[in-house]
Design a protein around this ligand. Structure first.
Ligand code: NOJ
Length: 536
């Protein structure tokens, strides 16, 4: 008998497929070149047709856009570039009519430096909002108070000339970190959460969930390896052991509080828990107690190379640490798209679909990043077109994240139907064949395959079943069983095979060449399959 999973973090999201909408690049409804809320509403039919259950929309709040919306200047509004509150309400209402849930992006680690709290906080050392942020005197020898660095390059401290104190920002100077040790900040956010819950949203994706609480003594972080001039901001950040700025125990207290707050609304708390080395034992703490986050993104699968050893390490360790509650994604607006990572051209796309076949049947909550379903690779961006501050504010070699953020090609039209104006970043070399319109009517298209994969998942996967590996670490095929389904992925450089458990099994979905003979399944390179038990 298959054991059923424990139910602590379960809810309407069990068995759901999520879809990330990077709003600026989804659909522009008014020709200003930037995607917006009415644009999302226009495409709900498409998402519902695809089989999506849940959408996550990246920040649409008023913002100076230094980090394209992740710098919020009003947590309870809509930036005019994305529409108005009435557009938001309409979107939620329409989404619910399609049976689609909507979660919004909560950005609690930092506000914009233009937020009235920060403007006030900055106005004087005695200001009532001073304690909403982290202000510190310079180090005794002068310079920043400690050695903490920003994710986006340079020191995490900026000097305010007026007061001669520094403020902390783990991202841009325009994104000052809020002080989560201050009960007033906690209360403000209680109200912000309720505000949106009362507007009928279905939950939150929590930005930088690993970062909220800091060690208030602010000691230097130890270094793990020497820092050199030629390192990218990401490498410099990774050179530190973030012992005092990230992953502090207090984060869980905040999430426990929010868990109680969202309970009457039956809303989902999904954390972006981005930790060094993606240590699954640390990520799992955010979900395993069953009273904090319901789900946490696990990011290693977005970086893992296509080889058996790395894949086994990544997935075995993660599922040992958190067997039920992780969220999986192929790509995102922060990292190169999977078909680019996995080798460009047809091979990269086939591998991405095969990989999705594996990811989508895992316990937890899988997400598609807009355009994954079209098989889109990242685009090449010319230096002069770069928009991401990670690229524009650092040395020439720093790529930034624009390549994964180019607009979605919808149909044969001006700018492939994304906008009637000029897109805020280039469309890249997308063609008519890439568009959703074309792929929707073309047999064998990536889009049709993703739709079929999602349909098969809905038909065969029992979300209440736990995972049992059916192949072992020395195999080039990663295969697991859940109830009466097996999902298997070949990451070997050659054909590889698995032996099936007792019973008669049938392939219901496949990518690449997969053949069954008696109890043996042979997988060609870059292939994957879903098998189902037809006779016990
Ligand atoms: C994670 C978001 O996904 C990213 O786009 C953003 O720049 C940082 N958090 C800072 O908010």
């Amino acid at each position: 008998m298959e054991s059923t999973i424990s139910k602590d973090n379960s809810g309407w999201w069990d068995g759901s497929i999520g879809y990330e909408i990077y709003i600026r690049s989804f659909v522009d409804s008014n020709g200003d070149g930037v995607g917006d809320l009415p644009g999302v509403t226009e495409k709900l039919e498409y998402l519902s047709w695809l089989g999506i259950d849940l959408v996550w929309i990246t920040p649409f709040y008023p913002s100076p856009m230094a980090d394209f919306g992740y710098d919020v200047s009003d947590y309870c509004g809509v930036d005019p570039i994305f529409g108005g509150l009435e557009d938001f309400d309409r979107l939620i209402e329409e989404a619910h009519r399609y049976d689609l849930r909507v979660i919004i992006d909560l950005v609690p680690n930092h506000s914009s430096s233009e937020h009235p709290w920060f403007l006030s906080s900055r106005s004087s050392v005695d200001d009532g909002y001073r304690g909403y942020y982290h202000w510190r005197d310079p180090a005794p020898s002068g310079g920043p108070p400690n050695n903490w660095v920003s994710h986006f390059g340079g020191s995490a401290w900026t000097l305010d000339e007026e007061s001669e104190q520094y403020y902390l920002h783990l991202f841009l100077p325009e994104q000052p970190d809020l002080n989560w040790n201050n009960p007033k900040v906690i209360q403000e956010f209680d109200e912000i959460l309720k505000y949106w819950l009362d507007r009928d949203i279905d939950g939150f994706r929590i930005d930088v969930a690993q970062g909220l609480v800091k060690n208030m003594l602010m000691p230097d972080n130890p270094t793990r390896f020497p820092i050199t001039e030629d390192m990218s901001p990401r490498q410099v950040f990774a050179a530190f052991d973030h012992r005092y700025d990230l992953d502090q125990g207090g984060n869980l207290e905040i999430f426990r509080r929010w868990r109680k707050l969202v309970k009457p609304y039956d809303a989902l708390l999904l954390g972006e828990v981005y930790l060094r080395d993606n240590d699954p034992n640390r990520v799992s703490r955010y979900v395993n107690s069953g009273d904090a986050l319901h789900r946490a993104f696990y990011f290693a699968p977005m970086h893992v190379p296509w080889d058996p050893q790395s894949m086994w390490d990544t997935f075995r360790d993660a599922l040992d640490a958190a067997p039920e509650d992780l969220s999986w994604a192929l790509s995102s607006h922060d990292d190169p798209r999977a078909p680019t990572r996995f080798g460009e051209g047809r091979e990269g796309k086939q591998r991405s679909l095969a990989y999705s076949t594996f990811l989508f049947f895992l316990p937890g909550l899988p997400f598609i990043y807009q355009g994954d379903e079209l098989g889109l690779p990242s685009i090449e961006i010319q230096r002069e077109d770069l928009a991401d501050p990670v690229a524009t504010r650092n040395a020439d070699e720093t790529d930034g994240r624009d390549g994964a953020r180019s607009p979605i090609p919808w149909e044969k039209a001006h700018e492939l139907g994304f906008t009637t104006g000029t897109p805020w970043i280039p469309m890249g070399d997308r063609t008519h064949e890439d568009t959703a319109e074309h792929q929707r009517i073309t047999e064998g298209s990536w889009l049709k395959s993703y739709k079929e994969l999602i349909r098969i998942r809905g038909e065969y996967l029992d979300p209440n079943t736990s995972l049992r590996w059916t192949s072992s670490r020395d195999s080039g095929v990663l295969a697991y069983r859940r109830g009466d389904t097996i999902s298997a992925l070949n990451v070997d450089t050659d054909d590889s095979f698995i032996l099936l458990p007792e019973g008669e099994w049938e392939i219901v979905f496949q990518v690449g060449v997969v053949t069954v003979e008696f109890n043996e399944v042979t997988f060609g390179v870059n292939s994957a399959a879903i098998l189902t038990l037809i006779i016990e």
